[in-house]
Design a protein around this ligand. Sequence first.
Ligand code: HPA
Ligand code: ZN
Length: 327
Amino acid sequence: RELPSILNRMPKAELHIHIEGSLEPELIFEMAQRNGIKLDYPSIEELRAAYAFTDLQSFLDIYYAGAGVLQTEEDFFDMAWSYLNRAKADHVLHAEIFFDPQTHTSRGIPFATVIGGLDRAVRRGREELGVSASLILCFLRHLSEEEAFAALEEALPYRDRFIGVGLDSGERGNPPEKFARVFARCRELGLHLVAHAGEEGPADYIRDALDILKAERIDHGVRCLEDADLVARLARERVPLTVCPLSNVKLAVFHEMHDHNLGRLLQAGIAATVNSDDPAYFGGYLNDNYAATFAALPELGAREAYQLARNSFEASFVAEEEKKGWV
Ligand code: HPA
Ligand code: ZN
């Protein structure tokens, strides 16, 4: 009865959103047109119809292709501005936003163009929308550690425009240890550290992201329930998991929402949060993720709604002082 309205209106933070995954088909077509790029799909509807995924890789192929329309600083600004407006509508007070510079620099787009557009949107979002936001640079784990080091090097002149680094793209066969040295370097630089782990990859990758990479937060992490010792540790150490329910169902990590383990994670005492991952591709923004999970999982009620919102602020990288105003 009242729950859908509570879920929609409660203040929340979003900690797992890939900005390239917020690029709606409408914007892809608009940018393709203004940049003179020919798309493989004749219409918005046909592009959207191709969003039928069987696993992570089948999604990544389409996601990287879609990002190919981004050329100018204006494009990066427009993409992030559009997301921030959606976030505002969902009562998101704070967002920590991933971006994938290697997806763009490998196409000849300068890092300055990428960060320039994103940073301008973040600043304007703070001023005009009252949404606080920061950027987290993700390394693509299907590429080499050497390439990650090169991406870091290119980004360092803009060190003040992002707060941390993450690790995304195809998880299987690309374990955390592959990036041990680049993460150690980022740690020395005082950057926050997060990593995708335990989405398609095994529970061991979650442990290695903590022990080897020193990740402060785990993105997805839902496969932790396969390892009881790990679950106990995550709960004891209050390691946040940024769970993305609609993404998990679309990428067949869970067969349907009814099978999702979000309720079990909370019951185990884990600081789980709800996030949208790639909202333009997975059928919804943050409030859609809350709505879909609470509709499908009977163990989730008002208490859990409050807990998840609280977790989202506590798991964020904002200063403790600022958090006090939120939780
Ligand atoms: N997993 C890995 N890489 C990604 C994802 C994801 O869910 N979304 C965008 N890049
Ligand atoms: Zn993700």
